[in-house]
Design a protein around this ligand. Structure first.
Ligand SMILES: Nc1nc2c(ncn2[C@@H]2O[C@H](COP(=O)(O)OP(=O)(O)OP(=O)(O)O)[C@@H](O)[C@H]2O)c(=O)[nH]1
Ligand SMILES: [Mg+2]
Ligand SMILES: [Zn+2]
Length: 332
């Protein structure tokens, strides 16, 4: 018991003799830990910087426990070999990243909880970039309330100019990288954030994680030369602590995920996307009632602003592209 706790107990002498209530079952000693990975019903959590293996209590509902969750654990929390703690509850999630049902898996699932930054990893070649995919990931980020960051990998194989040109009007933060490159710009963008990496299989997510976290030991694999697709080398999500950079403070978490094919965007409302662009959102107040802001809308305030010279045509065209991305085919 720390000094502060001793003092608190002294000031409230009745506390210990109070009967246990329903709201406080016998978990007063529960510790808060972060779920870093899940493997066949075993949860690995980080508690005070040490790994801890746990199972989940049956009382935890269908929403379950996902990577990134902050969970209360009880029992043997020593983390010693052969010990098993028990997860008794999960704190309210600040954000969730979902994937939709697809052929491989008929159930919509939450992949990661509590990330505040969505890192959209796209290779400039091998596999070739697909702008539509980036657009869909941006929609997912705006909808989930996460800040998007686009990382363009494999710049040793192709120029980033075209992709950068597409993203510039949206004012999305971008970082260009390649194997062996100085990672300072990536580290700067990740500092003190909880960042989840998403993108096609083979774009280099795990390669990036290994470069950022020296003992991460994430396996990586080649892109198939015939199909141009990766082989889904990573099969589960894993959160890794970013070391604080000496003398510059910071830290944060990076979460590697398996290459994903689809996102649940059907539920996304246009307003949620527009809200991510404050200038356009503000203009929308003067649009006719029910304006969808599509190029076909006769009196959209966005067009009036472009005509008046107070708003760039490229920005409007790009945001319209994003708005239609949510309605395009669900998989990529
Ligand atoms: N030329 C080049 N190759 C790279 C670069 N980054 C990664 N690769 C290669 O791309 C291949 C796929 O990398 P991974 O890190 O396994 O890709 P991933 O995104 O984790 O793939 P999944 O786990 O399947 O989703 C590996 O052969 C890497 O060595 C890069 O900057 N340049
Ligand atoms: Mg991987
Ligand atoms: Zn409008």
């Amino acid at each position: 018991m720390g000094r502060r706790d001793e003092h608190a107990a002294f000031e409230r002498p009745g506390r210990r003799s109070r009967p246990r209530t329903k709201e406080r079952p016998d978990h007063a000693d529960a510790r808060l830990a972060r779920v870093v990975t899940i493997d066949r019903g075993r949860y690995t959590l980080a508690l005070d910087g040490r790994p801890l293996t746990a199972v989940k209590a049956r009382a935890i509902g269908r929403t379950g426990v996902v990577v990134g969750d902050e969970a209360h654990v009880v029992g043997d929390v020593s983390g010693e070999e052969g010990t098993l703690a028990r997860i008794v509850d999960v704190t309210e999630r600040r954000t969730v990243l979902r994937r939709t049902a697809d052929d491989d898996d008929p159930i919509e699932r939450i992949i990661v909880a509590n990330a505040d930054q969505l890192v959209i990893v796209t290779a400039l070649a091998d596999p070739p970039p697909r702008a539509g995919l980036v657009d869909r990931c941006l929609v997912a980020a705006y909808d989930a309330g996460m800040d998007p960051l686009v990382v363009l990998t494999k710049a040793d194989l192709a120029s980033p100019q075209e992709m950068l040109g597409l993203l510039e009007p949206l004012e999305v933060r971008t970082v260009v990288t390649e194997r062996g490159a100085d990672l300072t710009p990536v580290r700067d963008a990740l500092r003190d954030r909880t960042s989840v990496l998403i993108g096609h299989s083979g774009v280099g997510k795990s390669t990036l994680v290994n470069a950022l976290v020296p003992d991460a030991d994430r396996s990586t694999s080649h892109v198939n030369e015939v199909t141009g697709r990766g082989r889904h080398t990573s099969t589960s999500a894993m959160a890794l602590k970013l070391d604080s950079v000496e003398g510059r403070g910071g830290g944060g978490w990076i979460i590697d995920t398996p290459g994903i094919r689809s996102f649940g965007l059907a539920h996304v409302e246009s307003e949620d996307i527009v809200r991510a662009f404050p200038d356009l959102n503000e203009l929308s107040i003067t649009c006719p009632r029910g304006c969808t802001h599509a190029a076909s809308e006769p009196e959209c305030a966005w067009d009036r602003a472009v005509a008046a010279g107070s708003l760039g045509a490229a920005r409007v065209a790009s945001v319209r592209r994003i708005l239609t991305a949510k309605d395009s085919a669900a998989s990529w």
